[in-house]
Design a protein. Structure first.
Length: 251
C-alpha cells in the first residue's frame, strides 16, 4: 500500500510568487490499484507525482510505502520500488545506447555492482521475449540505437523497462501527451496490460478525457493543490447525477 498523510508543498515560500502546490493531501492507494489524476494546469498533479517519486520533498506530511516512511529518501533510493514514465519520450531512455543496453541499465537498477555486469545470451533472449509482447517488431532490433525509434516505441520500451526489477509503484506523468493518437492508444493499452500483469500500484496524470474515463479504477480531481473529487472510476460512485459532464470543463 502507498499512503500519503497530510502532504504539503509550497514553492517560493515567503516571496511574492509563493504557491502552495500541494495542500494537505491524504490518500491511501491499495496495492494493485490504478488511480487516474486529473485537473487544470497548476492544480498540483505533477507536483504530487514528483513528491512520490522523490525528486522533491514535502514541507510536511508523510509518505509510506508498505508501512515504511520514504518521504525523505531521494529519488535514486526509491527507484527500486518506484518507477516513472514521463511526458517526453526522450526522458525515459538513453538515446545514444542500443535497445539492449537500455534494458541492461534498467535490469541492474538494484545491483550495487551494475557496472561490472555484462550481457549474456540468456539476457538477450529475455529482452527479445519482452519486446515481442509489444507487437512492434523490435525483438529483432536489439542493437538499434534508441534515438532512432519513434516516440511511441520509446514509451513502450520505457514501460517494459520499468518492471525489470519488480517495482511496486508506477507513475505515469502524461505519457501520451507527445504522441499521435494511434501511438497514444497503443502505449496506454500496453501500460494497462503491464499494470494488471504485475499488480502494480499505478497513478496516471492525464489531460486526455478519454483516458481519464477509460483507464484505472479510481479517478481523482485536483484543484489548487487539493483533492476536490475522489470516486470509483468503474461504478462512478461518489458523483452526483450528471456531474461527470463537469470533467469536460477542465480540458
Amino acid at each position: 500500500m502507498l499512503e500519503l498523510h497530510h502532504i504539503c508543498k509550497t514553492f517560493d515560500k515567503g516571496k511574492a510568487t509563493e504557491v502552495m502546490a500541494v495542500d494537505g493531501v491524504t490518500l491511501q492507494l491499495e496495492a494493485g490499484s490504478y488511480t487516474v489524476i486529473v485537473g487544470a494546469n497548476g492544480s498540483g498533479k505533477s507536483t504530487l507525482l514528483n513528491l512520490i517519486a522523490g525528486s522533491i520533498y514535502p514541507d510536511s506530511g508523510k509518505i509510506l510505502l508498505k508501512g515504511e516512511e520514504i518521504q525523505r529518501l531521494p529519488d535514486y533510493r526509491r527507484s527500486p520500488w518506484v518507477a516513472r514514465v514521463f511526458q517526453n519520450p526522450l526522458t525515459g531512455t538513453a538515446a545514444s545506447l542500443s535497445i539492449l543496453d537500455n534494458f541492461r541499465m534498467a535490469a541492474l537498477r538494484k545491483s550495487p555492482k551494475w557496472m561490472k555486469r555484462g550481457v549474456d545470451r540468456r539476457f538477450k533472449t529475455t529482452v527479445a521475449e519482452k519486446l515481442t509482447t509489444l507487437g512492434m517488431g523490435l525483438e529483432d532490433k536489439l542493437t538499434q540505437v534508441m534515438g532512432t525509434l519513434s516516440g511511441g516505441q520509446r514509451q513502450a520500451i520505457t514501460l517494459l523497462m520499468t518492471v525489470m526489477t519488480g517495482v511496486d509503484v508506477l507513475l505515469l506523468d502524461e505519457p501520451t501527451a507527445a504522441l499521435d493518437p494511434r501511438s497514444a492508444r497503443e502505449v496506454m493499452e500496453i501500460a494497462d496490460r503491464i499494470i494488471r500483469e504485475n499488480n502494480l500500484t499505478a497513478l496516471l496524470v492525464t489531460h486526455n478525457i478519454n483516458e481519464a474515463l477509460h483507464y484505472g479504477t479510481r479517478l481523482i480531481q485536483m484543484e489548487n493543490g487539493k483533492v476536490v473529487r475522489d470516486f470509483d472510476n468503474q461504478t462512478k460512485s461518489g458523483l452526483q447525477h450528471g456531474e461527470v459532464v463537469t470533467w469536460f470543463d477542465y480540458y
